[in-house]
Design a protein. Structure first.
Length: 136
């Protein structure tokens, strides 16, 4: 398993009239988590697209709202890969508040798509090679 944590502060623009983090922002928090997890492996999400010609469309998103988050809270977004990606990659997200209480969890599944042929492909070797030590 590979796991990465990233801190994110809730901005005023991310809240509803009651000062709660708007529920529709959680998929954005998941995206922040997965982009930063990829960056933690030594390359960027952008380089997957621009250098390797691979895009990752979301095919499934599941969210569980446990407790609210509020304006100016600092969230800890923990993103986990529990299995080696193949033609699909599944990110497990755990979001904690400043008190380290679990407030949200989600699962996002994405396919690897070759941008030229628009067909599903296997995970890029660069990603597999960087993750291999965590799954042996």
């Amino acid at each position: 398993m590979y796991s990465f944590k990233y801190k994110h502060r809730i901005r005023y623009a991310d809240t509803d009239q009651m000062g709660y983090a708007y529920y529709g922002n959680y998929p954005k928090y998941y995206e922040i988590g997965r982009v930063e997890l990829i960056r933690s492996l030594g390359f960027s999400y952008k380089s997957l697209e621009t250098e390797l010609g691979i895009m990752l469309p979301v095919v499934s998103l599941e969210a569980r709202y446990i407790k609210p988050a509020f304006y100016d809270d600092e969230l800890i977004i923990e993103t986990q890969l529990k299995e080696m990606p193949s033609k699909m990659i599944t990110f497990h997200h755990l979001i904690y508040n400043e008190s380290h209480e679990l407030i949200n969890k989600g699962i996002v599944k994405l396919f690897f798509i070759d941008m030229k042929s628009n067909t599903r492909v296997s995970a890029p070797q660069l990603l597999v090679d960087n993750l291999k030590p965590y799954f042996e």
